[in-house]
Ligand binder design. Structure first.
Ligand code: SF4
Length: 98
């Protein structure tokens, strides 16, 4: 079984994890904030959160959108900025598990 098959979000609506992304609109609406909080709660009980976060950190910055591993795009950018040369697996300990 792959980590994606064990993901807590496997049956969740994808829009929850990508709320507001790709709309071209600035800011985060209350609705998007609510959806992101829901996504974070799902991540918080996910058994593969560390693997998921490492996967997201390994993405190219320009293709990195949405909630992955209990982090937002901005949080992952900050992790990369703080530790640009560290292996992605080591970076996963820098943020809480949700
Ligand atoms: S950590 Fe969150 S986004 Fe990643 S697989 Fe688990 S529930 Fe899905």
């Amino acid at each position: 079984m792959t980590w994606r098959e064990r993901a807590e979000c496997r049956d969740a609506a994808p829009e929850i994890f990508f709320a507001g992304y790709g709309t071209g609109r600035g800011g985060v609406s209350d609705r998007w904030s609510s959806q992101r909080r829901t996504a974070m709660r799902i991540c918080g009980r996910c058994e593969v959160i560390e693997t998921c976060r490492a996967y997201a950190l390994s993405m190219g910055v320009n293709s990195d959108f949405g909630i992955w591993g209990g982090t937002t795009t901005a949080q992952r950018h900050e992790i990369r900025r703080q530790t640009p040369t560290a292996p992605r697996e080591a970076l996963t300990g820098l943020v809480g598990s949700g």
